[in-house]
Design a protein around this ligand. Structure first.
Ligand SMILES: C[S@@+](CC[C@H](N)C(=O)[O-])C[C@H]1O[C@@H](n2cnc3c(N)ncnc32)[C@H](O)[C@@H]1O
Length: 309
């Protein structure tokens, strides 16, 4: 895999309505694909904050960023607290998040994300804190492992995989785990094998999501981002996983509703006010050309909303 190619770049920028003088946040700076283009389009009159929980990604990015870009090493679930440290309480331009892992993270065997390259079972996007995949794999109960693999990987053989993992402990590296999963699936899947997908894809994805607590972080980030935006400010989210997309879709729906009382209740008592206008009724997806040029874009879904006055 080469350097990280930004997904749905033009679509994201258009939906953010990048305007000189306004403030923007790219909550997943990564290799800077979206961030640097936002900074270029809004010019030196604007400040653009780039957040990433991966300190290595920020260190690589820092030398190439213009003066109006400020990089922050943080989890995007801390967006509100971190921006306050910079004196920012309102984002009048927009907030972007392009979720998941970057190509650089997948490419480096020592990060532990790849099931095809030997490395330690780390999988933390932020290597300064949190439990590693090795800890989860070697200490969690069979039941908990099975739940993680089923819930986040949507893997129908989660129970069998969890059992094989527990029998094979201690598991020390990515290839060992990948082989255990492949062997289990060969045994139970028999003929129903999808040759286009590595058998360990779902299990690795599930463990990554558990290690990084991805859904919990996303939930807090969405809530705090909506409250940070000023009227007319836009929230643009790119997801790569059905569970993430469902969460984002549901979030936008709830925030766009002016009443959340039970449907049969005759009078409204909730006092809920619509906070966001949904801009994308259906999620935007990558076109044929983009998918051909960048296979990562195949599963991308983009949703956007605008803060109401
Ligand atoms: C798909 S990449 C972003 C790529 C970027 N848009 C670009 O074009 O270069 C996702 C990035 O988000 C970061 N990330 C994922 N979850 C995060 C979180 N909860 N908080 C902050 N950064 C996160 C990852 O470390 C990774 O660098």
């Amino acid at each position: 895999m080469g350097p990280h190619t930004p997904v749905l770049l033009n679509e994201s920028l258009e939906l953010l309505r990048v305007t000189p003088g306004k403030l923007y946040v790219d909550a997943t700076a990564g290799a800077g694909g979206h961030l640097l283009e936002i900074a270029r389009q809004c010019g030196s009159a604007s400040t653009v904050y780039g957040i990433d929980r991966d300190a290595d990604a920020l260190a690589r990015l820092q030398p190439g960023v213009p003066d109006n870009v400020k990089l922050i090493h943080a989890n995007y679930s801390e967006i509100k607290e971190k921006l306050i440290e910079y004196g920012v309480t309102t984002v009048d331009g927009g907030i972007l998040a392009d979720l998941g892992v970057s190509s650089m993270q997948l490419d480096e065997p020592e990060r532990g994300f790849s099931f095809q390259k030997e490395g330690p079972l780390d999988m933390r996007m932020d290597r300064t804190r949190g439990d590693t995949a090795e800890y989860i794999i070697n200490t969690f109960s069979e039941r908990d492992l099975s739940d993680i693999i089923y819930r986040f990987g949507e893997e129908r053989y989660s129970k069998q995989i969890a059992r094989s993992i527990v029998h094979a402990r201690p598991i020390k590296n990515t290839l060992q785990l990948s082989e255990i999963v492949a062997r289990t699936l060969r045994k139970f899947q028999r003929g129903r094998f999808d040759p286009s997908k590595h058998p360990a894809t779902r299990t690795f994805q599930a463990l990554r999501m558990a290690v990084n607590q991805e859904l919990q972080c996303l939930e807090k980030f969405l809530e705090d981002s909506a409250s940070l935006l000023g009227p007319g400010g836009r929230l643009v989210i790119i997801t790569f996983h059905s569970l993430e997309d469902r969460l984002v879709k549901q979030f936008f729906r709830t925030k766009a509703q002016s009443c959340i009382c039970p449907p049969r209740q005759p009078l409204c008592t909730c006092n809920h006010k619509a906070e966001l206008l949904i801009i994308t009724r259906k999620p935007l997806v990558a076109g044929e050309q983009e998918v051909l040029a960048n296979v990562r874009s195949r599963s991308a879904k983009l949703r956007a909303g605008e803060k109401l006055a």
